[in-house]
Design a binder for this molecule. Sequence first.
Ligand SMILES: [Zn+2]
Ligand SMILES: [Zn+2]
Ligand SMILES: [Zn+2]
Ligand SMILES: [Zn+2]
Length: 270
Amino acid sequence: MANQISLSSESSSGENDDTNYSAKLLDLEALNCPICRDPLTTSIYQCDSGHIACSICCEELGNICPYCDFPIGQIHCSAMERVLQSVLVPCPNAKLGCTKSFSYGTELTHKRECIFSRCYCPAENCDYSGSYKDLYSHFGIHKGRGRYNYLFLFDQPAEIYFELSEYTSVVMKENKNGLLFVVHCFREPHGIYVTVNFIAPSAVEVGDFSCHISSLVKNYYMVFVLPKIKGIRKMSFETPKEDFMLVPSYFLRGSQALKLKMLVKKLNQG
Ligand SMILES: [Zn+2]
Ligand SMILES: [Zn+2]
Ligand SMILES: [Zn+2]
Ligand SMILES: [Zn+2]
């Protein structure tokens, strides 16, 4: 089913509702270049035998059709170009609320920054997913459990307490805009990697945030500044390779608790 799209047509005269038709394109491959398989864009060429190719392939093949050896790259396939101009593909996140549609092949650029991209609830054993804003209201059901009960405000320090033998991640909800931040401790033999992320797609509308973490363990005082917190759509359980604070294990020496002070700032946009 993922390989199909529905096409609909509205009468340009707009006189009669009966002129609304819809059709289904059963094979999306028909809209891809038969040679490189990329989505066809508006410049499509044909050879004398009727084979088609995208402009990039024509150039790479030295303007010789790979199927019949006739020249290709001069004559536009205007029928196919017209079909492509009339195909509008809805954003893949239409079900989550995105109302944008695109010419075939261009929706992928938008998908990367669509604010309706599916995000996954960071609570343990919860398989809820939805747009990042849907997550705010959903997350209410996890309230009352210690590690999910942290409300905080931007520009104000919040204290986070980890009972490392029992849990290694804490979800903080910003009190005003509802954005969920996940503070995660990854235990490794030589220390604990602490990461901070927020759950949202990387879109301008969500905003940028910086983070300042400090911790006093025994007599050691540590400060870690993250100039820009990374937005993620799903929590990762892999030990991070960058953007982490390392608390060496000898700081903790048998202690199973880690207390952090965190300050998140919303960065100015523009
Ligand atoms: Zn091609
Ligand atoms: Zn040909
Ligand atoms: Zn979208
Ligand atoms: Zn959940």
